[in-house]
Design a protein around this ligand. Structure first.
Ligand SMILES: [Zn+2]
Ligand SMILES: [Zn+2]
Length: 380
């Protein structure tokens, strides 16, 4: 194992802190020790890391994880060092992190992305890398700091398993590369892999955050007619600018009896799931990627499922095989069919991560990306 280095990272110390987080500051940006990569692992210099609702869900405690934990799972950077046996990437390459490594050996990994990898899911729940190792600790005390979803991208450097990354072209801007690993793979992958959309498919997207908007751009880029649904008027206007045929609030969608053959639910709240279900047309498929709090229940009318021959599909990480799907989305972006630049509302400094979580919780932004290495920051 190579040398340990000191890094800067944003560590979550308590879940469920009171809002605003700008005051309670549940995340502390601090110096940490990062042990170098072991066999099958890489050291990555992080260039960009997006703030996603799955980070916020750990901060607010709706998705409990072991603490303290260095958060961030939507990230991209440059490989600086590889451990023994690493053959798929080389130092100097830009890589996209993916938040669910696929071991390639378990039964779930043989399902073409339909099922989440069993070993990857277990490692994520335990706060380790795929091989079960931990590399982060607090200097002085030696207190162990957990990894977040095998990535821990809110830091200047990360050690990750080789199976947690996919290489991309050096021409892909770091914020775009970061988004490819979560928002795009989840929202776009859900529609392409689980919804199996074609240009003829009518699509509704419920929830216009980063994941929902990535789904919307994917559907528009595919040639689908898209209905955008969100409670925030400003997001409806944006959706229309980005190619949605119609945009409406959930109440308007139900009142107008809007229908689509594939509905993407990208909110993670039972009420949004109920709305999405009611928008399903004859033979329609509801693809849900949201992560409501454990135990949260939704009310649906089972008769509708039977009488209209509908399907409800759960999709984790867009039912994606990252090594297959990240290059496909990268190609769509390069062809100009997936204008992912639009998703980046602003870039922020790592020190402003708590303020960023407040903005994410308010729903006023689509994607904020932490910029490293002195990259331009658009807000203080
Ligand atoms: Zn995410
Ligand atoms: Zn597996």
């Amino acid at each position: 194992m190579s040398a340990t280095r000191t890094i800067r990272g944003a560590v979550l110390n308590t879940m469920g802190a009171p809002t605003p987080y700008a005051s309670s500051r549940p995340l502390t940006v601090e110096d940490l020790e990062l042990a170098g990569p072991g066999p099958g692992e890489l050291l990555v210099r992080i260039e960009a890391a997006g703030l996603c609702h799955s980070d916020l869900s750990v901060v607010n405690g709706s998705r409990p994880r072991p603490l303290p934990m260095l958060l961030g799972h939507e990230a991209a950077g440059i490989v600086e060092e590889v451990g023994d046996g690493v053959a798929s990437v080389e130092p100097g390459q830009r890589v996209v992190m993916t938040f669910l490594p696929r071991c390639g050996e378990c039964a779930a990994c043989a399902t073409e992305g339909r099922l989440p990898c069993e070993r990857g899911s277990a490692a994520n729940a335990a706060g380790t890398l795929l091989t079960g190792t931990r590399h982060l600790s607090r200097p002085g005390t030696g207190e162990v700091v957990q990894h977040h979803l095998g990535v821990s991208g809110f830091a200047t450097y990360a050690v990750v398993d080789e199976r947690s990354v996919v290489p991309v072209g050096g021409d892909v801007p770091p914020p775009i590369a970061a988004l490819l690993g979560c928002a795009v793979l989840t929202g776009g992958g859900a529609l392409l892999n689980a919804g199996r959309i074609t240009p003829e498919t009518s699509v509704a997207v419920v929830g216009l955050g980063g994941v929902g908007m990535a789904g919307l751009l994917t559907a528009v880029g595919t040639g689908c007619r898209v209905i955008a649904v969100d409670a925030q008027e400003s997001k409806l206007a944006t959706a229309l600018e980005w190619g949605a045929a119609e945009a409406m609030t959930p109440a308007q969608a139900l009142e107008r009896k809007a229908e689509a053959s594939v509905v993407l639910e990208a909110v993670g709240h039972p009420r949004a799931f109920e709305t999405a279900f009611r928008l399903l047309g004859l033979g329609g498929t509801l693809v849900t990627v949201g992560l409501p709090a454990p135990g949260a229940l939704a009310e649906i009318e089972p008769l509708q499922l039977t009488a209209k021959a509908q399907t409800v599909v759960g999709s984790y990480l867009g039912s994606a095989v990252p090594k297959r799907d990240v290059p496909a989305f990268e190609a769509l972006w390069r062809e100009g069919r997936l204008p992912l630049e639009r998703l980046v509302s602003r870039t922020i400094a790592l020190e402003d991560i708590n303020e960023g979580m407040d903005a994410l919780a308010s729903g006023e932004v689509i994607r904020q990306v932490v910029a490293f290495d002195g990259a331009p920051v658009t807000t203080a």
